[in-house]
Design a protein around this ligand. Structure first.
Ligand SMILES: Cc1cc2nc3c(=O)[nH]c(=O)nc-3n(C[C@H](O)[C@H](O)[C@H](O)COP(=O)(O)OP(=O)(O)OC[C@H]3O[C@@H](n4cnc5c(N)ncnc54)[C@H](O)[C@@H]3O)c2cc1C
Length: 388
C-alpha cells in the first residue's frame, strides 16, 4: 500500500467511527484520530442524549453491512404520534403506513451507539488504526496531504476526512467558511424509566415553548428531547427532578405512567450551521463538521450517515486514489443538495411549530388533520420524513 491510498479520519465521534469502520470493511488502509482514549469512550457516563436513526439510514447501514451488529443495541420505532398542542390536531403514523422490518427507525442511547461503533472499528481495523491524539495542523506537499497531531505524530495520507464535529478545526485549517444561525432555544435531553410499556411509540408534542419528543430505548425506558427557551431549560435542568417529571408526565398525558429519572439531565443550546464547501484538495468533511441542525426532525447524525455512505461508495470505486478531484467533486455534488434540503426542511419545521400566530396555528392544525385522514399523504410524509 502507498501513501496515496491511505485515508486519515479526524474525529472518532459517531460519524468518524462509522467512516473508519465502513472504509476498513472495504479493505482501505484507514486511521482514525480521536483525543479520547478507547477506555474513556467505553466508560463515558450517561449524558442524557438519545438518537433516532431513521428507516432510510438503516437501509444505508444495511448496504454498508453494518446494521446487523448495531440493531441489538436500540429499540425499533413502531408508531409516531404528533400532537400540535396549540390546535389540538393530531396525526398518527402507524406500522401499516410504513411496511418493512424497521418501519420508522430505531432509538439509541447516544453514548451506547458510539461505544458499539468503537468496538466494531477496533475489531475490524485493529487497535493500531486508532490514534489517541488531537490533530493540530495539516500539511500539503506535491505528493499528498498529512495531518500533524499535538503529540507530534505526522500521518501522511491521500485523503483526510474531517469528522471532528460542529467546531471542526479541520474545516478551519482548510479555510472553509461556515454559515451559522441560532434558534434562541435549548434542548433538554434525559432518559426515564416508566411502568407503562411505550409500545415502541415516538410521542411528539408541539408545544408553545418548543417540541417535546419521546424515543423508545426499551419497553420500559425512553429518551426525552425537550426544547425550551434557554432560561426555562436551565431552570428545569437545575430544579427539583420531581418538578421536571411532573411536567413531563402531564405533557405526555400520562402515557408512560409515572416516569423516573434514569440519567442526568443535559442541556444543549440550539443552532444550525452549514459549511460553505464540503471539500478542499485531498480533504472532505462529513457529519456535524459539514452541517448541524435543530433536533426537531432527528436529522443530525442521519445526514452524517448519508455523507459516509456516499463517500465510501465513491472511494470504494477508486481505492487507489481516494483523494482524487473526481471523487471529491462527486461527493460535494451528491451531498450538498440533499443536505441543504434537509437543513431548510428542519429549519421550516422548527419555525412553524414555535409560531403561535392564530392563522399559523389554524393552518398547522388543518394540515395535521388532513394527514391523519389521508393514508397516501401519510405514506408520502413517511417516505420523506424517514430519510435524511
Ligand atoms: C439534544 C440533541 C438531540 C439529537 N437527536 C438526534 C437524533 O435523534 N437523530 C440524529 O440523527 N441526530 C440527533 N442529534 C445530532 C447528533 O447527536 C449529531 O449529529 C452527531 O452526534 C454528530 O456526530 P459527529 O461524529 O459528526 O460529531 P461529534 O459527535 O461532535 O464528534 C466529533 C469528534 O471529533 C473529535 N475531535 C474534535 N476535534 C478534534 C481534533 N482536532 N482532532 C481529532 N479529533 C477531534 C471529538 O473528540 C469528537 O469525538 C441530536 C443532537 C442533540 C444536541
Amino acid at each position: 500500500m502507498s501513501r496515496n491510498d491511505r485515508v486519515v479520519v479526524v474525529g472518532g465521534g459517531h460519524a468518524g467511527l462509522l467512516m473508519g469502520l465502513a472504509l476498513a470493511g472495504h479493505g482501505i488502509d484507514v486511521q482514525v484520530v480521536e483525543p479520547a482514549a478507547p477506555a474513556a469512550i467505553r466508560k463515558a457516563p450517561p449524558d442524557g442524549r438519545t438518537l433516532a436513526l431513521l428507516a432510510g439510514s438503516i437501509l444505508q447501514l444495511e448496504e454498508l453491512g453494518l446494521w446487523a451488529p448495531l440493531a441489538p443495541y436500540g429499540a425499533p420505532i413502531r408508531r409516531v404520534e404528533v400532537l400540535d398542542v396549540g390546535s389540538a390536531a393530531k396525526v398518527s403514523y402507524r406500522e401499516e403506513d410504513a411496511p418493512g422490518p424497521v418501519p420508522f427507525g430505531q432509538g439509541f442511547e447516544n453514548r451506547v451507539l458510539r461505544q458499539v461503533l468503537l468496538d466494531l472499528f477496533l475489531e475490524q481495523a485493529g487497535r493500531r488504526h486508532l490514534v489517541t491524539d488531537r490533530v493540530s495542523a495539516i500539511e500539503r506537499d506535491a505528493e499528498g496531504i498529512a495531518v500533524r497531531t499535538e503529540g507530534g505524530t505526522r500521518l501522511p495520507a491521500g485523503l483526510v476526512i474531517g469528522a471532528d464535529g460542529r467546531g471542526s478545526g479541520l474545516r478551519k485549517l482548510a479555510g472553509i467558511g461556515l454559515q451559522r444561525w441560532s434558534y434562541g432555544h435549548a434542548a433538554l435531553g434525559f432518559i426515564v424509566r416508566h411502568p407503562v410499556d411505550n409500545g415502541g411509540a415516538v410521542l411528539e408534542r408541539m408545544r408553545k415553548g418548543g417540541p417535546l419528543a419521546t424515543l423508545p430505548l426499551r419497553a420500559d425506558r425512553t429518551g426525552i428531547t425537550w426544547v425550551e427557551t434557554p432560561e426555562r431549560a436551565k431552570a428545569l435542568a437545575e430544579g427539583e427532578p420531581a418538578q421536571l417529571l411532573t411536567e413531563l408526565d402531564e405533557a405526555l398525558d400520562h402515557a408512560l405512567g409515572e416516569p423516573e429519572l434514569d440519567s442526568p439531565v443535559g442541556v444543549w443550546p440550539l443552532s444550525g450551521q452549514h459549511a460553505d464547501r464540503y471539500v478542499a484538495p485531498r480533504l472532505a468533511l462529513v457529519g456535524d463538521a459539514a452541517h448541524g441542525v435543530h433536533p426537531i426532525h432527528a436529522q443530525g447524525f442521519n445526514m452524517g450517515i448519508a455523507d459516509v455512505a456516499a463517500l465510501v461508495r465513491l472511494i470504494a470505486a477508486r481505492p487507489d486514489e481516494p483523494g482524487s478531484p473526481d471523487v471529491l467533486r462527486a461527493y460535494e455534488r451528491q451531498r450538498r443538495g440533499p443536505n441543504t434540503r434537509s437543513i431548510w426542511l428542519t429549519h421550516g419545521l422548527a419555525r412553524l411549530f414555535t409560531n403561535e400566530l392564530v392563522p399559523v396555528t389554524r393552518a398547522r392544525g388543518a394540515a395535521l388533520t388532513l394527514l391523519d385522514r389521508l393514508r397516501p399523504l401519510r405514506r408520502f410524509a413517511i417516505q420523506r420524513g424517514m430519510r435524511a
